[in-house]
Design a protein around this ligand. Structure first.
Ligand code: ATP
Ligand code: MG
Length: 489
């Protein structure tokens, strides 16, 4: 892997890297631009000021020496030299005066330094002198041919009666200005470094603060994935979005715990329910083997109870299979059009024999038009059978079971009413739980396992419906079911 790729993947590896280096890059970039712009502005403004003052000085000097320039005599040259020296030392600049042919007449550096411009030398090839001899005021910022440093030159053409009689050139080394700019640059760099260090520290601290709970959660998820252990929660220490995320994560774990608990309870209950009839069956068989089979009356009695026990076992297994099937089936698989009246009729026909056996009157009030429910017909029928079976089972002989229906705009309301035993208010909130039976002693003999209503509610809910119960002990029970109807397009 190339170096750039390594850096790239390292950057994306952690949130801390991404936050930290993005901040640092943006800040460094912004500060670099500010620095560049500031130094550039300082330099150009200083040079402009310098240029203006040199221009003014050259005009002053020109006024003093213009008449001597046209004279071209040793006395005139001496006067020019002394004027040049005076101005140069007052201003701290170099001044050179050339005549109209470009020969040096006077130079302020002449006597002290290693003679910048020699007297009498022709310097008309230097760009600013050349421009000024042509009558143009010239500014040049260039490296001096003599000492290699950067200089600013102003060359002023001195005119007399319409022609250029000579040139005054004032030069200032820019070394001082450049040094000052270098110092400024160092100062700016110090500010940049200090800002970057502070930003790095603050964003590292912030990034760690943000990512710590996230790392905590991902560590916990990994543990759950590996060991299935859901005993720990992530501590919630914040009230911001990350705190919310942590709370939702904890809620999810809580939910998992609840599901886990329900699953264990379900398995424990199911095994217990399966064990009871199995043991009863084996003791009946034992009794038959021990000699009960000899006596025809006793044998008949034992065989009938054997039949009941096996039937109970079979019904329990059917319910367990139903529940298991409901748990694994996917919600969106239930999309068929179900004719409500047909489904209800089939359910009624199935329980009619039981009702007739107990001489229970069935009063049926069907919806008048065929209404369609989107879902699963077999499951819906199972739900109706469960409710009707309960109504018949828990109603004493000669009672009544009524089925009422009421079609509203977008849904249908069904009522299954009986004149049975009713349900104790203390049991009412629990009857939809798996394996819950209100009257255990009685239901044991009548074969109930307490799964019917749990299955029923699950089926109704999966059809986006709702089920409620109202009951008065000793008078009767009413189950109300709401189911959405298919919308006619
Ligand atoms: N119409 C009713 N009248 C009185 N009690 C009822 C009625 N329907 C349900 N119950 C009570 O609610 C309990 C739970 O009903 P559910 O149908 O879930 O189980 P079950 O009838 O006991 O067994 P099964 O799983 O065979 O249906 C019943 O044991 C009974 O006590
Ligand atoms: Mg039942």
């Amino acid at each position: 892997m190339g170096f750039v790729q390594q850096i790239y993947s390292w950057f994306w590896k952690t949130l801390v890297n991404q936050l930290l280096f993005t901040y640092l890059f943006v800040i460094a970039f912004a500060l670099a631009i500010v620095t560049f712009w500031a130094l550039f502005t300082i330099k150009s403004e200083s040079i402009r000021d310098l240029r203006n003052s040199l221009e003014v000085e050259s005009v002053h000097l020109a006024l003093e020496i213009d008449s001597d320039l046209s004279l071209d005599s040793p006395q005139a040259t001496a006067r020019i030299q002394s004027a040049v020296d005076r101005h140069a030392s007052r201003l701290g600049v170099s001044i050179t005066v050339v005549n109209k042919s470009g020969h040096v007449l006077a130079d302020s550096d002449d006597r002290d330094s290693a003679a910048v411009e020699k007297e009498g030398e022709n310097i008309s090839d230097e760009p600013e002198i050349n421009d000024a001899l042509g009558g143009i005021m010239a500014f040049y910022q260039r490296n001096s041919a003599k000492n290699r440093a950067e200089w600013l030159y102003v060359a002023y053409p001195v005119r007399s009666v319409g022609e250029t009689v000579g040139v005054i050139r004032i030069g200032v080394p820019l070394t001082g200005l450049n040094q000052r700019l270098n110092q400024d640059l160092i100062f700016f760099l110090e500010i940049i470094v200090a800002t970057l260090v502070t930003t790095a520290l603050i964003s590292l601290w912030l990034a760690r603060r943000f990512t710590q709970p996230i790392r905590h959660m991902s560590e916990l998820s990994r543990q759950i994935a590996l060991s299935g252990d859901i005993t720990t929660l992530v501590p919630v220490q914040r009230k911001d979005e990350i705190g919310e995320l942590v709370s939702s994560f904890n809620q999810m774990i809580d939910r998992l715990r609840e599901e886990e608990k329900l699953k264990h309870e379900f398995i424990a209950n199911a095994s217990h329910e399966l064990k009871t009839p199995t043991m009863a069956i084996s003791s009946v068989v034992e009794a038959l083997q021990a000699g009960a089979a000899e006596d025809p009356e006793l044998r008949q009695k034992f065989l009938v109870s054997l039949e009941n026990l096996v039937e109970r076992q079979a019904s329990l297994l059917r319910d367990l299979l139903d529940i298991a099937q409901l748990d694994v089936s996917q919600k969106n698989q239930w999309q068929e059009d179900v004719n409500l009246a047909e489904t209800l009729n089939e359910a009624i026909e199935q329980i009619r024999p039981q009702a007739e056996k107990k001489n229970i009157r069935l009063n049926i009030e069907m919806p008048d038009v065929a209404h369609i429910i989107v879902g699963n017909g077999i499951q819906l029928q199972r739900a109706f059978i469960n409710l009707l079976t309960n109504a018949v089972n828990y109603t004493p002989a000669n009672g009544e079971v009524n089925l009422g229906s009421n079609v509203l705009d977008h849904h249908v309301e069904l009522r299954i009413e009986d004149t049975g035993s009713g349900i104790d208010p203390k049991d009412l909130p629990h009857i939809f739980q798996r394996f819950y039976r209100a009257d255990r002693a009685r239901t044991r003999t009548s074969g109930g396992t307490g799964l019917g209503l749990a299955i029923t509610r699950e089926i109704i809910v999966r059809h986006q419906g709702r089920i409620e119960v109202q009951s008065t002990l000793g008078e009767g029970t009413t189950f109300s079911v709401w189911l959405p109807l298919r919308r006619e397009i």
